[in-house]
Write a protein that binds this ligand. Structure first.
Ligand code: FES
Ligand code: FES
Length: 161
């Protein structure tokens, strides 16, 4: 059984016919070609597949595409500005070594973006708590926390160490 749905992804509207059991991650990656969102565990544990629906973080590996019908989605591809300038969070991950292999990075950056939109001045504990659903095998997390702190400071207009 299929259903026609309309997804607004990174400000662009897409109407497509999908099987009712199609997962959102597959819809994004295979139907829309947005391969920035990664699949790690496929069971809602690692956070690699994090996208924002109406500014809320969700695991796209657990979400049916039909449940995103008519809603506003943001993926990692939508975080940079139209001219390609990286967002403060993306740039901070580069500047502060917030990634190594990069498989977790789209989910991390997307989750961190949601954090800083909701909490412009997070403490280290706030960051750890918010990001606990995003797992990284490579960095040991300190660099990720540093990156988020630097992005937060920049977004507040403070000088970054
Ligand atoms: S791939 Fe979705 S949470 Fe791991
Ligand atoms: S940078 Fe490799 S898993 Fe996070």
């Amino acid at each position: 059984m299929t259903r026609s749905i309309t997804l607004r992804v990174n400000g662009k509207e897409h109407t497509l016919e999908v099987p009712v059991q199609r997962l959102l991650i597959d819809c994004l990656r295979y139907d829309l070609g947005l391969t920035g969102t990664k699949e790690g565990c496929s069971v809602g544990v690692c956070g690699a597949c994090t996208v924002l629906i109406d500014d809320e973080m969700i695991s796209s590996c657990l979400t049916l595409a039909i449940l995103a019908d008519g809603r506003e989605l943001r993926t990692v591809e939508g975080l940079a500005q139209a001219d390609g300038t990286l967002s403060p969070v993306q740039q901070a991950f580069i500047d502060h070594g917030g990634f190594q292999c990069g498989i977790c990075t789209p989910g991390m950056v997307t989750a961190a973006t949601a954090l800083l939109e909701a909490h412009p001045r997070p403490s280290e504990d706030d960051i750890k708590e918010w990001m606990m659903g995003n797992l990284c095998r490579c960095t040991g997390y300190y660099k990720i926390i540093e990156s988020i702190q630097a992005a937060a400071a920049q977004l507040r207009g403070e000088s970054v160490a």
